[in-house]
Structure formats: structure tokens, C-alpha cells
Write a protein that binds this ligand. Structure first.
Ligand code: PNS
Length: 159
């Protein structure tokens, strides 16, 4: 039985879509680690690692079984070092599936770890950190797509 799962991602910044997936993971696993992880395809972000972690902690502060950490190496190295046996990711669409499938298969090949995909709640299906940043930059309102503290922090950075 799996008791400890990891939700890895760039989280630049965390959105309501991420929060929903992480909260659902806490119903399925005894312990959930939210891992701010290096993505070599997204080298420079808007928020620093420390800012991302603080915003995730604030958004999920009511959950006792969530830990928020950072890792700059291979994801499977972190899972092996920390007794984590499941990776949890959200899937919004077939585009996400095409992006996630090779990573899930690679992680399974490297370390025998399974990835569990939770289907994104339809009300969050169009939300991405990237689009929220773009819309905020040009003056649009994304306040119901982001935790309050994230929305405030993003406005301070981008406007
Ligand atoms: O939110 P993202 O950017 O789509 O998340 C991708 C992420 C960070 C989970 C992925 O890039 C990752 O696992 N990075 C850690 C390095 C690693 O293990 N790479 C091999 C993946 S098969």
C-alpha cells in the first residue's frame, strides 16, 4: 500500500488547479510532499524557489499531511531517498497526457515508481501558471484562478 506521494512541479506559481489536485491527493495518501522541482525546459521563472514554496505553504496551510520541499536533481532520486512510492500529477487534456506519458514511463523505468494521474476538475481545466502570468501582465483578472496570496504577489511582480 502506498502511503506517501509526491506532487512535483515548477509551481511558478501554484494555481487553484494545482491546489485542487494536491488536496485530492491528501484524501488518497497519508502523506503528500509537494516538491518544487527543477524543469530544465523552464530555466528562468517569475518567482524564486523560496517564494514558490512560501506561496504553496500559504495556500495549503489547513492540511496537516502536506510537506513542501525543493529538489534540484532527478525526481526519482528524491523519491528513493525519501521512501516515496507514488508520483501524483493532474491531467487537463490530451496535451498534458502526451507531455506526461514519457516522463511517467521514464520514471518507472528508472526506479519502478508509478505515476497516478488525477483528472483536473473541469472548472480548472483551462488554468495554467503561464496563462495566469500573461493575463495578469496585460491587466486581466485571474483572481478566481489563483490563491489570494498568489494573486497579490503576481500583481506586485508584473504590474
Ligand atoms: O510543472 P512542470 O514544469 O510541468 O513539472 C515538470 C517536472 C518539474 C515535474 C519535471 O521536469 C521533473 O520531474 N523534473 C525533475 C528532473 C527529472 O527527474 N527529470 C526527468 C523526468 S522523467
Amino acid at each position: 500500500m502506498s502511503t506517501h506521494a509526491v506532487c512535483p512541479g515548477s509551481f511558478d506559481p501554484v494555481t487553484m488547479g494545482h491546489v485542487n489536485i494536491i488536496e485530492r491527493a491528501t484524501q488518497l495518501f497519508e502523506q503528500v510532499t509537494v516538491l518544487v522541482t527543477a524543469n530544465p525546459n523552464k530555466p528562468s521563472g517569475l518567482f524564486s524557489v523560496e517564494e514558490r514554496k512560501a506561496l504553496i505553504r500559504e495556500a495549503l496551510k489547513d492540511h496537516e499531511n502536506i510537506r513542501v520541499e525543493h529538489w534540484s536533481g532527478l525526481l526519482v532520486e528524491y523519491t528513493q531517498n525519501n521512501g516515496i512510492d507514488t508520483i501524483v500529477k493532474g491531467l487537463r487534456s490530451s496535451l498534458d497526457y502526451d507531455y506526461e506519458l514519457p516522463m511517467a514511463q521514464m520514471n518507472r523505468k528508472l526506479a519502478g515508481i508509478d505515476t497516478v494521474f488525477l483528472m483536473t476538475d473541469p472548472k480548472y481545466g483551462y488554468i495554467s501558471s503561464t496563462l495566469c502570468k500573461e493575463v495578469t501582465k496585460y491587466g486581466g483578472d485571474v483572481s478566481d484562478m489563483l490563491p489570494d496570496a498568489v494573486n497579490r504577489a503576481m500583481q506586485e511582480k508584473l504590474r
